[in-house]
Design a protein. Structure first.
Length: 144
């Protein structure tokens, strides 16, 4: 799946009724995983910040972290977790560079009034593209 399609699918998932965290998880999992489990359920508690409070971590950011863990996380104690940690740090750095915060409330203040959460949807789609760019080289390297 191409980056452009991941960005589009993320936006479309959000537009269809999934929230920010669910949308990015769903699109990233569709792009990089052949798992049949619906990962978006894992992200539901992070919709609109933590539980819809619009506080704490942005759902788009946490959805990206959930996706990283899903794809690269360890499944047993003692397994190497370095790639997961490094990718999470890089995602945070790039997210901050592009959007200025990982806090839901701060981002919403910056966005101002928005109809139908359009600015959140656009940010979530862009974040999926950012995450795609971070994940793709690792996946390609693993497939060589």
């Amino acid at each position: 799946m191409s980056k452009e399609l991941v960005v589009k699918k993320t936006f479309d998932h959000f537009q269809s009724g999934y929230c920010c965290s669910e949308s990015i998880c769903k699109a990233i999992a569709e792009a990089f995983s052949d798992q049949s489990i619906d990962i978006s359920k894992t992200a539901s508690a992070f919709c609109g910040g933590v539980g819809g409070t619009k506080e704490e971590l942005c759902g788009t950011f946490t959805g990206g972290l959930i996706s990283i863990g899903w794809l690269f996380g360890r499944s047993a104690p003692g397994q190497d977790n370095q790639v997961t940690k490094e990718l999470a740090v890089k995602y945070r750095e790039e997210f901050l560079k592009q959007f200025g915060s990982v806090n839901c409330g701060e981002l919403l203040c910056k966005f101002g009034d928005q109809e139908d959460s359009i600015k959140c949807k656009e940010m979530t789609a862009k974040a999926a593209g950012l995450l795609f760019d971070l994940i793709q080289p690792i996946i390609k390297k693993g497939g060589e």
